[in-house]
Design a protein around this ligand. Structure first.
Ligand code: CA
Length: 230
């Protein structure tokens, strides 16, 4: 653990210049380095070039939309993404979470809320950056390497987003025990209320697709458990 402050770079993608500039100004005031992009192709190019620590990504963009940006960026190099969606647009929200966004805010949002969510995202992404290397957890043919944040199933690597990884690590910390969705939401996303439990469901869906549906048991109306033999 070093006490030296590290400047984190955030890529802000939004075609509405006023919103983009306002967000950028606030993030710079918080000590972040900020890069701006105003359309889909520009966002993918900027992500490749500046390798940001996080991306604040609007869904509605010219060129191609934020969902496509998310897909392309996550396929190249997983990075925490906070998606901005129009109010009540549930389709965008669910698709966004499915293509690898880690959290979302609906417009209009407060700058305070935005920075709080961003800090939480970055904490989650770096929390396991420790030099100590504990041995990987093994459950049957599932291997979870907490130090490297890598997961293999039957020897094949599953490319998880930071949030999917945290979710799996949480479930793996108490295998076979059912963890309520509200608890997962509070522990991983830092949300105190239960209004976003569907966020948990979306990420579980992504996790199942990547590591195999048989590994995660749903307890309807309650939550999820890592289903392991042995
Ligand atoms: Ca927009």
């Amino acid at each position: 653990m070093s006490g030296t402050p590290v400047t984190r770079t955030v890529l802000v993608v939004e075609d509405e210049r006023t919103i983009a500039e306002t967000v950028a100004a606030r993030l710079r005031a918080e000590g972040f380095a900020v890069e701006l992009a105003f359309d889909g192709p520009g966002a993918v190019e900027a992500a490749r070039r500046v390798r940001p620590d996080a991306i604040v990504l609007d869904v509605m963009l010219p060129g191609f939309d934020g969902l496509e940006v998310c897909r392309r960026v996550q396929a190249e190099r997983p990075v925490p993404i906070l998606m901005l969606t129009a109010r009540d647009d549930e389709t965008d929200l669910l698709v966004g979470l499915a293509v690898g966004a880690d959290d979302y805010l609906t417009k209009p949002f407060s700058m305070r809320e935005l920075t709080a969510r961003l800090h939480a995202l970055l904490r989650r992404a770096t929390r396991n950056d420790t030099p100590a290397t504990p041995p990987p957890l093994r459950f049957g043919d599932l291997e979870i390497n907490l130090a490297e944040r890598r997961v293999h199933r039957a020897g094949v690597e599953a490319h998880l987003t930071p949030t999917e990884f945290d979710l799996l690590a949480k479930l793996a910390a108490s295998p076979r025990m059912v963890l309520p969705r509200e608890r997962l939401l509070a522990d991983i996303w830092g949300w105190a209320d239960a209004s976003g439990t569907r966020t948990v469901d979306s990420h579980i869906k992504g996790l199942r697709r990547k590591i195999g549906a048989d590994l995660i048991r749903t307890v309807h109306g309650v939550g999820y458990a890592l289903e392991v033999t042995r």
